[in-house]
Write a protein that binds this ligand. Structure first.
Ligand SMILES: Cc1cc2nc3c(=O)[nH]c(=O)nc-3n(C[C@H](O)[C@H](O)[C@H](O)COP(=O)(O)OP(=O)(O)OC[C@H]3O[C@@H](n4cnc5c(N)ncnc54)[C@H](O)[C@@H]3O)c2cc1C
Length: 400
């Protein structure tokens, strides 16, 4: 990777790795609170991240970050992702990281003061609410049913959202709602900044499910006659889909980057175990079936890193890289699950015990094949492009 990552970025990634190894991983056993760590531990670790100069690598320097490009984020986020708590410690975890990106681009000066600056400083948390229970928006976001209706100079939002990561305890939620029912949803939705203490925004529940304890859980929300002014509109009215795409493209890649870090740690744990543990007269590492699992994981991780670096470089050069981010999303989500699964297998019964972080990673990684677009939906996007290209080639051949 030395040819693809500049020495300065690599040095920063090494520093982040040392921070995770010394400040985050030793505190993993304290993560028994519903939000992972209790608030005082989060505060302590985040202060340590600021002091160590590893805070918010993705944010511009004027917002207190390190000003990295998306490509430079790849090895740094990977190092942070070695612990599931690492990205939160550095303020580069989902959903805040994607929301910061969106606010940085579209917040008005007032929204910047009220939401962006405290979020960048780690004083508050945020959430992003697009998905709805059936028959609303899920894999197909154009099925959105949440409505924001104009009443005088105000908007009144009504709707039902779920799987809103981080909503419990967030200071505000970015809500996607339909603002023009007479046009296709892709041209008639708007993003709204809704304060969590707004009486029209109800936290129904934290949805219990597979996965680790991380800040705010995954929540079900109802918006009931939730009245907001124009100052709550984020970006242009009716441009919610375009803005969301700008958030989701890079956010899909940063998810991949963080997960590659977790999977790399899983491989290291499995490798160490294979070297120590003996069976049938030899260390596990000397049995070919185990060697092949290690090799397959190394191949998965190498391919994953190269794909992510390529897609990130395209985005840094102004390309939307929709095809490449979809390819990364499918491959990395599935590869990460394979790598963690193999690590569990190599560690045997110990693999599923909470003595190691593998069981937590295993539970948490499963959802990665669903959120930010299920693998099947990204495969559909990729296949459409393959078929369009084939149709163009056939048309060109007919004309020549
Ligand atoms: C842990 C977690 C965190 C999340 N966080 C957030 C969040 O913060 N904010 C937010 O708005 N949403 C969030 N989501 C929701 C997530 O984005 C949706 O779950 C996802 O878009 C899929 O929607 P759905 O669950 O309604 O699945 P459905 O739309 O019901 O689809 C179910 C399954 O059908 C299959 N499928 C769908 N379409 C096709 C197709 N065209 N071809 C073949 N198969 C298909 C896929 O296998 C898919 O998994 C989160 C989800 C999870 C699990």
């Amino acid at each position: 990777m030395e040819l693809l990552i500049d020495p300065e970025t690599q040095a920063l990634a090494d520093r982040v790795r040392r921070f995770i190894d010394t400040e985050v991983i030793p505190r993993e056993p304290l993560a028994t609170h519903p939000d992972g760590w209790p608030p005082e531990v989060w505060a302590e670790v985040r202060a340590a991240a600021k002091a160590a100069g590893v805070w918010a690598p993705q944010l511009p320097r004027e917002l207190g970050g390190l000003g990295l490009t998306l490509s430079q984020c790849a090895p740094v986020f990977e190092a942070a992702g070695r612990s599931l708590l690492g990205p939160g410690a550095l303020n580069c975890a989902a959903p805040d990281e994607g929301n910061l990106h969106l606010l940085e681009r579209y917040a008005t000066p007032a929204q910047r003061e009220r939401y962006l600056l405290p979020l960048a400083a780690g004083m508050i948390r945020s959430a992003f609410a697009m998905t709805e229970p059936a028959p609303g928006a899920g894999s197909d976001p154009t099925m959105i049913r949440t409505q924001a209706t104009r009443r005088g100079q105000r908007w009144v939002i009504n709707g039902h959202k779920w799987f809103v990561t981080g909503a419990d305890g967030a200071a505000f939620v970015i809500v996607m709602a339909r603002t023009n029912p007479d046009v296709p949803a892709s041209e008639g939705c708007t993003l709204f900044l809704v304060d969590a203490d707004h009486p029209g925004l109800q936290l129904v529940r934290r949805i219990p499910g597979l996965g680790a304890h991380l800040p705010g859980g995954h929540c079900e929300l109802r918006l009931v006659a939730c009245e907001v002014g124009d100052e709550a509109v984020l970006g242009p009215v009716n441009r919610g889909f375009a803005l969301t795409q700008q958030r989701l493209g890079p956010a899909r890649l940063t998810h991949c980057m963080r997960w590659i870090g977790a999977a790399q740690r899983a491989l290291e744990i499995a490798t160490a175990r294979a070297r120590e543990r003996e069976a049938f007269g030899a260390p596990l590492a000397q049995h070919q079936a185990v060697q092949w699992m290690l090799a397959d994981s190394e191949i998965d991780l190498h391919a994953a890193r190269l794909m992510v670096l390529h897609a990130a470089a395209l985005i840094d050069h102004g390309d939307e890289a929709r095809r490449e981010t979809s390819i990364c999303k499918v491959f990395v989500a599935e590869a990460v699950n394979r790598v963690i699964d193999r690590a569990v297998q190599i560690c045997g019964a110990l693999g599923i015990a909470h003595d190691l972080p593998l069981a937590t990673m295993y539970a948490e990684a499963r959802a990665f094949r669903i959120y930010d677009g299920a693998s099947e939906v990204h495969r559909m996007v990729i296949a459409r492009q393959v078929l369009r290209a084939a149709a163009r080639q056939a048309a060109a051949a007919d004309q020549s």
